[in-house]
Design a protein around this ligand. Structure first.
Ligand SMILES: Nc1ncnc2c1ncn2[C@@H]1O[C@H](COP(=O)(O)OP(=O)(O)OP(=O)(O)O)[C@@H](O)[C@H]1O
Ligand SMILES: [Mg+2]
Length: 332
């Protein structure tokens, strides 16, 4: 199975590892394949609009690029929609739900916020047109970070464990069935090639499996430094550093005022060490997981803009497509 095969695609991972970047890039690559795609942020400070140069993404679905739509779901908005869906009339909703007592009562139920947001994602993932076709070819969810992410995905099973019948039970059961259906849903983990994020990624994979019976679809190693020095060059760098340290190397012959070479050599050595460290963590991940592992380079710029996201979308697309082709070859 490749990342393109499912309709409902979620990304989680440790805080700050690039979940929003990867979700946005993946959604863009789906949209560029001609799929009508909905990218969902969940109750966060909207970042997607800064990637697509669009106006702020709020609780109403907005088009941010061709075939690509985004929404930032809040529990309040999800509850409002849900309430209106059930009560049909906005005025009645206002009277019932925008009542302060009801509001604080709802807020006091743990997990209700997450259920509402997951319910909204479920709604869009299964939303159909009058002719029976799906409204969205892809629903991409920028899911909460690891700990909260686990809780978020576990909500339906917690509910079905507590309540045995009724509307909420049925809704939770439907959501759970979709999450477990690997032909429709993939839960993917983004990580940086660093110790803590990799540890958390492996922990989350294990917990998803043991607590919920959920399999991870793919892993994305993000922000990998490109290798710039060959082994020979690195040996030369080390030799030169030693020569400078011992005073054997000649200082900058062009200037008596400065010599940047020792600093440049240190920087080059530091960068090489970082690359080596990252490779070790990627290797660890490769050894421990048996799912596709996509690799996205670090993009050196002060701030990721649309160009950066589009580049990452291309990098992801090339790897997913290569995966698809090799799967087809081995199947035939
Ligand atoms: N491949 C990359 N190259 C360069 N910068 C990157 C890359 N991926 C992410 N970043 C930068 O890293 C930072 C964190 O990325 P992002 O916001 O996507 O992480 P996140 O996992 O969604 O964070 P949070 O847990 O806070 O939601 C951002 O400033 C982003 O621009
Ligand atoms: Mg984010």
């Amino acid at each position: 199975m490749s990342l393109y095969d499912q309709r409902f695609v979620l990304f989680s991972g440790k805080g700050g590892v690039g979940k929003t970047v990867i979700s946005s890039a993946f959604a863009l690559s789906c949209a560029r394949r001609g799929e009508r795609t909905l990218l969902m942020e969940l109750n966060v400070n909207d970042k997607v609009s800064s990637f697509f140069g669009s106006s702020r993404v709020g609780t109403d679905i907005t088009e941010v690029d061709e075939n690509l739509f985004a929404v930032n779901v809040t529990p309040q908005a999800a509850l409002r929609e849900y309430g209106i869906m059930i009560l049909k009339v906005k005025l009645i909703y206002k009277a019932v739900f925008e009542n302060r007592i009801i509001d604080s009562f709802l807020r006091s139920i743990p997990g209700l916020n997450d259920l509402l947001m997951l319910g909204k994602a479920y709604f869009h993932a299964t939303e159909r047109n009058a002719d029976g076709s799906y409204v969205w070819d892809k629903v991409v969810v920028d899911a909460p970070a690891t700990g909260h992410g686990l809780f978020f995905l576990q909500i339906p099973s917690v509910i079905t464990g507590f309540i045995r019948s009724g509307h909420m039970f049925e809704e939770a059961e439907r959501i759970q069935a979709l999450l477990k259906d690997t032909s429709q849903t993939s839960i993917n983990l983004v990580t940086l090639p660093e110790e803590m994020p990799v540890n958390e990624t492996l922990m989350m994979q294990k917990e998803l499996k043991s607590r919920m019976g959920l399999e991870v679809g793919a892993f994305i190693g993000n922000a990998i430094y490109p290798v710039i020095f060959s082994e020979k060059e690195r040996a030369w760098i080390e030799k030169m550093r030693e020569a400078y340290e011992s005073g054997d190397a000649e200082t900058n012959p062009d200037s008596e005022e400065y010599d940047a070479t020792p600093g440049l050599l240190d920087a080059a050595a530091f960068r090489s060490q970082r690359v080596e460290m990252q490779q070790e963590y990627m290797k660890r991940l490769e050894d421990e997981v048996d799912k596709p592992l996509y690799k996205i380079p670090f993009h050196f710029s002060t701030r990721l803009t649309f160009q950066g996201i589009a580049k990452i979308a291309d990098e992801l697309d090339a790897q997913i497509t290569a995966d698809d082709e090799s799967a087809k070859r081995s199947a035939s």
